[in-house]
Design a protein around this ligand. Structure first.
Ligand SMILES: [Zn+2]
Length: 462
């Protein structure tokens, strides 16, 4: 604490030295045995800076002028007579309010601006702002906030992510703390670490279950448990690292998704897969923004069916090395929720069209057994879909499969065939690829299998 700035200080040391000034100003001595605290120079009376700084004149009579000389001899009690002879009545009254410990404990420096005496960056920031004078502090804080919101809305990320960031900063997401406030749940403990209350800053940043990700991706962030999400993000803004705000909020969004998956579906995604998905999302958003406008994008992306219908996406894949093929299908409702998904191994048929048709057939078979009434079947095979939408193919080599599919279609109240670009059929594609690991068939009900979790996520964000 007493070290000087030196003649040619390094940049880092200058920073520490500056911060030390504030640390020193915000600390106060807690009196124990009084043997280390200087009466005139140190800050030890609540509500006062050092007596020298307040212009209270020292007195020669006490040598050494340490606080223990203000005690009754050999007893740890304030010597009221002595206090009155040295200080004005208001100062005496303030000193008498300082509790003394009967045991011989050391004097200790504590941070005076938190009830628990613990130093925190947030508390120090508040202290510095208050010292700078309320007006200056307020206007500079307002300017900083304006700058922050401007950067937030300017981030080059999908709009969905900006809206998430805004909700997170406004603390309007359904965290455990918020749900307790609304009396939805009785307990605000974080479900991931089971040790602290889950507010938004905890869920996304302070929780033990997410620390490795932040240390790896944004090690420059000052971490302090008192800091809100806005405090954390504003650090980046204030330190001219606004570009990193995209990373900050994209990771935050990924971690919130992960948290929801765990709380709602009891599925724990690894932080590495969160990072990977976020990375893919940011990169593809950047590419998409450059190449195609969002108007065009809607033709490429997966769109949910209209209310009352379910949509079945199907695809096929070949694994010639193993003399094997696979089909995959996923059934989703109008909110994009997965009702059923499967990967199924097939023998390697000749020609991709026959496999695409087989995928359609298998998927529809599954939907019939589920009692689906209104179905939209989507495939990225334009040939197959065009053929199914007119009757010209019934006499072709593949006519039998077309016939079987049409027969199956009559089991539904309504069954439509529609084409989707590959980009919109990724989930089914992944399921078909996954069939290489499957012996005959694997089906998932109302859950998201690991092999497509990232892709489903991706569909949701486009
Ligand atoms: Zn936690």
């Amino acid at each position: 604490m007493k070290a000087g700035l030196g003649r040619n200080p390094s940049f880092t040391w200058r920073g520490i030295w500056e911060a030390r000034k504030w640390l020193e100003a915000g600390c106060r001595w807690r009196i124990g045995n009084g043997r280390t605290v200087h009466i005139w120079q140190d800050q030890w009376i609540p509500g006062h800076i050092s007596l020298v700084a307040e212009g209270v004149r020292g007195c020669e009579g006490l040598n050494p002028p340490l606080v223990d000389s203000l005690f009754v001899d050999n007893v740890r009690m304030w010597d009221i007579q002595k206090l009155r002879s040295l200080f004005n009545p208001s100062l005496v009254s303030d000193i008498l309010k300082i509790p003394l410990c009967s045991d011989n404990v050391e004097d200790r420096r504590v941070w005076a601006h938190e009830r628990n005496g613990e130093f925190s960056v947030r508390s120090c920031y508040r202290f510095i702002s208050s010292q700078a004078g309320p007006q200056i502090a307020e206007s500079s804080n307002m300017q900083a906030q304006q700058k922050f919101w401007k950067h937030l809305w300017k981030m080059k990320v999908p709009n969905k992510l900006k809206i998430f960031a805004w909700h997170a900063c406004k603390d309007s997401l359904p965290t455990a703390v918020n749900l307790v406030k609304r009396k939805v749940i009785p307990n605000a403990t974080c479900r991931m670490c089971l040790s602290e209350e889950e507010n938004i800053a905890h869920a996304i940043f302070h929780c033990g279950a997410v620390q490795d990700l932040w240390r790896y991706y944004l090690p420059e962030l000052i971490r302090d448990k008192q800091m809100s999400l806005v405090d954390l993000a504003m650090q980046l803004c204030e330190r001219n690292m606004a570009g990193k705000m995209c990373t900050f909020f994209a990771l935050a969004w990924g971690l919130w998704y992960r948290r929801n998956k765990f709380v709602n579906d009891q599925i724990l995604l690894g932080t590495a897969s969160v990072a990977e998905s976020v990375h893919v999302l940011l990169r593809s958003h950047a590419q998409v923004s450059i190449k195609i406008r969002s108007e065009i994008l809607k033709f490429y992306k997966w769109n949910p069916p209209s209310a009352g219908s379910l949509k079945l996406n199907v695809d096929a894949a070949t694994f010639p090395g193993w003399d094997k093929a696979g089909v995959g299908a996923v059934l989703r409702d109008e909110k994009g929720r997965i009702l059923m998904a499967f990967s199924r191994a097939e023998i390697l048929l000749k020609g991709s069209e026959s496999l695409e048709l087989l995928a359609i057939f298998r998927g529809m078979q599954q939907c019939v057994t589920m009692g689906v009434s209104h179905l939209v079947v989507e495939s990225d095979s334009l040939l197959s879909i065009d053929a199914l939408n007119d009757d010209s193919m019934t006499n072709s080599l593949l006519g039998v499969i077309y016939y079987e599919i049409k027969k199956l279609a009559s089991c539904f109240v309504l069954c439509l065939f529609s084409h989707v670009y590959r980009e919109g059929n990724r989930v089914a594609h992944k399921l078909a690829r996954n069939a290489c690991k499957v012996d005959s068939m694997e089906v998932w009900w109302n859950s998201i299998p690991d092999c497509i979790s990232q892709t489903v996520w991706f569909d949701e964000c486009l």
